[in-house]
Write a protein that binds this ligand. Structure first.
Ligand code: ATP
Ligand code: MG
Length: 453
């Protein structure tokens, strides 16, 4: 009780850290962002302790460039906020401070302790439902997930503080859960996904003890709130190592229920090729520092479900477009129960899908109108993936590539060369509504119509 009280006040550490000069591990301030440096100097200048913590320290030690910098301090959010011009207290469950420094957002959190999974803060599987108790720095280290994520770097003193033998694991390139693995996975099943993601991304081996329980405990992921799973899944898919990570997830039995039928998709030869191609493209883009669209990615991951349901609908006699809409809605609804994709992404996914049948129309004004739609580029990239995976003829994607790149009359020529022009297409278009402002920029209709007969 007294210990708990002391530790809440930040006075009683559970253990003493080993403090080593950062230079011994090849870490210097060169890799530290200007914003992180400023925040630490300001906090320390006011008499608080402040360290870079977590993923950034780990990445510096392993020779990767940190994505962002998190800071841990003994100052409370109320003490931190007034020290910075642009700082916001965020988070309901655990309050922390976002400090804006130029284009950077630095997350500053107060040392906190783990909640006990035996008390009322956990559900019946041991999943921790709240963790909002301040603690000592030692407590803060112990509540983290892996030893390599629990290191503190003081860039002013240029020292690394190690409470848990983390540096040994860094040297051994090993990912080891802090504490008893089963308890820690039960407290937060997302740690199983993190184990796989971080090991693939960083090239670390998951220690045997941390790895063994994963297969058995994988079903616990179904108790995790769908929005939390989405965040983790997105991190995983955008890590630049999605292909490797998903194949490990599959090996560990962790893909079940993440994206419904992802398991089934991965087992279908064609579906697998499609997804692997999509993920490999994404990995390449991420590694080249190019932007990646989460909507596009989730559209690819769910496409085979949608496509299958669509085909079934058409076979049952539904008209193609209503059948496609029904298929999309059914798949998305099922999806939302497990891993909920935010609405803003779902809207774009639907646009990408609904544009697919329109690529089959290569006569009259339709190709021009398709070219002018806002999502044309994403929809075309999607079509190209379908072609490369063997789902649609390669020729179709090639035609659209040529059509996009052709100039002026050349486009019309492409239309004329197309032998699959259904005669009715031109006339059916006539009674349509007026073209919208956005579409008004399309090439002049007169010059682009199909051949007269
Ligand atoms: P990444 O490089 O992908 O951001 P990260 O380790 O920094 O990896 P974050 O989600 O940014 O991941 O988490 C920051 C830190 O918070 C981690 O390094 C770890 O110390 C701690 N942490 C994150 N998730 C958990 C968790 N589920 N349980 C315990 N500690 C966690
Ligand atoms: Mg991070």
């Amino acid at each position: 009780m007294i210990m708990r009280l002391l530790s809440r006040l930040g006075l009683g550490g559970k253990s003493k850290p080993t403090v080593v000069p950062a230079a011994r591990f090849g870490v210097s301030n060169e890799g530290v962002s200007g914003g992180a440096m400023q925040v630490i100097e300001r906090l320390q200048g006011k008499g608080y302790v402040a360290f870079i913590v977590g993923g950034a320290v780990r990445d510096l030690l392993l020779g990767f460039k940190p994505k962002d910098f998190d800071i841990a301090t003994n100052a409370t959010p109320e003490q931190i906020k007034p020290l910075f011009r642009r700082a916001f207290i965020i988070g309901r469950r655990f309050r922390l401070v976002h400090v804006l420094a130029g284009a950077e957002t630095i997350e500053v959190s107060t040392f906190r302790a783990a909640q006990d999974s035996n008390d009322s803060h956990a559900d019946e599987h041991g999943r921790i439902l709240s963790d909002n108790v301040f603690g000592s720095q030692g407590d803060d280290a112990a509540r983290r997930d892996f030893t390599v994520n629990a290191l503190y770097y003081d860039p002013v003193a240029e020292e690394i503080w190690d409470y848990l033998g983390s540096l040994k694991d860094i040297k051994a390139r090993q990912l080891r859960l802090i504490g008893d693995p089963e308890t820690r996975y039960r407290e937060d099943p997302v740690r199983m996904l993190r184990a796989v993601r971080l090991s693939s991304k960083l090239g670390l081996a998951i220690s045997t003890k941390s790895r063994t329980p994963i297969k058995r405990l994988a079903p616990l992921l179904s108790n995790v709130p769908p929005s939390r799973l989405f965040d983790e899944m997105l991190k995983l898919l955008l890590s630049g190592h999605a292909v490797a990570t998903l194949s490990t997830l599959r090996r560990e039995g962790l893909h079940h229920g993440l994206l419904p039928l992802l398991d089934m998709i991965l087992e279908q030869p064609q579906g697998q090729k499609f997804i692997e191609l999509a993920l490999a493209d994404t990995d390449e883009r991420v590694r080249e520092g190019k932007p990646v669209s989460p909507s596009f990615l989730f559209a690819t991951l769910l496409w085979h479900d949608v496509n299958q349901a669509w085909e079934a609908g058409k076979k049952a006699g539904e008209r193609p477009i209503p059948a496609l809409h029904a298929a999309m809605d059914a798949v998305l609804e099922r999806q939302a129960e497990q891993l909920s994709i935010p609405k803003r992404f779902v809207g774009v996914m639907k646009e990408i899908w609904t544009l697919q049948p329109r690529f089959e129309q290569r006569s009259g004004q339709r190709p021009f109108r398709l070219l002018e739609t806002e999502r044309f580029r994403a929809a075309y990239d999607f079509l190209a993936l379908r072609s490369r995976s063997g789902e649609t003829p390669l020729e179709l994607a090639q035609w659209w590539l040529a059509f996009q790149n052709a100039e002026g009359d050349m486009r019309t020529d492409l239309l004329r060369q197309d032998e699959h022009v259904p005669d009715a297409t031109k006339r059916r278009r006539r009674p349509r509504k007026r073209r919208t402002g956005e579409q008004a920029g399309a090439p002049a209709p007169e010059s682009a119509g199909p051949a007269p007969e």
